[in-house]
Design a protein around this ligand. Structure first.
Ligand SMILES: C[S@@+](CC[C@H](N)C(=O)[O-])C[C@H]1O[C@@H](n2cnc3c(N)ncnc32)[C@H](O)[C@@H]1O
Length: 214
């Protein structure tokens, strides 16, 4: 599915989020910067926007960008991501404790087994290393019904105009509904070997950044 939408993925992201995705990745990058990591793994890097932002903000750090879609990685490379690795997040080809920081933006939700994925992230992180997960969530309160309407009724049609792939965006709405968020997600992260898990809600709760340490 990601291979099919790869070519139009960036355009669809920026149009359908009204450019807010830039702000979310910028906030994620600022958080990672505070940790001062030397070796960062950006998992499910897709077309590489977070990896690129990290490369720019942390010029001294080694940023490895991994994804299991060759089509997505090709685009990331073309955009300037320096180190790309074709890899499945559920079976990472890296030794234990290879990284100081693992980031995953809009990726964990799409993985077949969230627990296994989080444990793999923990395995490749050094003790004391940091995890950052950025993903969609459902806003609470009055915004929730309006957002759900947009998600289920408007987004798939609009996205199919941009990408020609309506099913991928029907899938997106369903996956956001099923994905744990807020406290539930911090508990899932802790249950998989992390400490100090916190959640920061963005844009009224449409997205959330989770941070934790190993
Ligand atoms: C919605 S895109 C997110 C891309 C990028 N991180 C961003 O912020 O735009 C999700 C990406 O996750 C990748 N992905 C999903 N499951 C994966 C897995 N098990 N291993 C590696 N990549 C995976 C897909 O190939 C896709 O590129």
């Amino acid at each position: 599915m990601f291979g099919r939408i790869a070519r139009r993925y960036d355009l669809a992201n920026h149009l359908l989020s009204g450019g807010t995705d830039f702000l979310w990745r910028r906030r994620a990058t600022r958080i990672v910067e505070q940790w001062q990591p030397r070796r960062v793994l950006d998992l499910a890097t897709g077309s590489g926007d977070l990896a690129l932002a990290l490369q720019r903000r942390l010029p001294e750090a080694a940023i490895t960008a991994a994804d299991f879609s060759p089509e997505m990685l090709e685009i990331a490379k073309r955009k300037g991501v320096r180190e790309t690795v074709l890899a499945d997040a559920l079976h990472l080809p890296f030794a234990a404790e290879s990284f100081d920081c693992v980031t995953v933006a809009f990726g964990l939700r799409n993985m077949a087994d969230w627990n296994l994925a989080l444990r793999e992230m923990g395995r490749v992180l050094r003790a004391g290393g940091h995890l950052l997960v950025l993903d969609f969530s459902l806003p609470a309160g009055a915004l929730r019904p309006a957002y759900r309407f947009y998600l289920h009724r408007c987004l798939p049609g609009l996205a199919s105009l941009v990408t020609g792939q309506k099913e991928a965006y029907d899938y997106l709405a369903g996956s956001i509904e099923k994905f744990p968020s807020g406290k539930e997600m911090t508990l899932l992260i802790k249950a998989n070997g992390f400490a100090n898990a916190s959640a920061e809600s963005l844009t009224g709760g449409i997205a959330t950044i989770y941070a934790a340490s190993r």
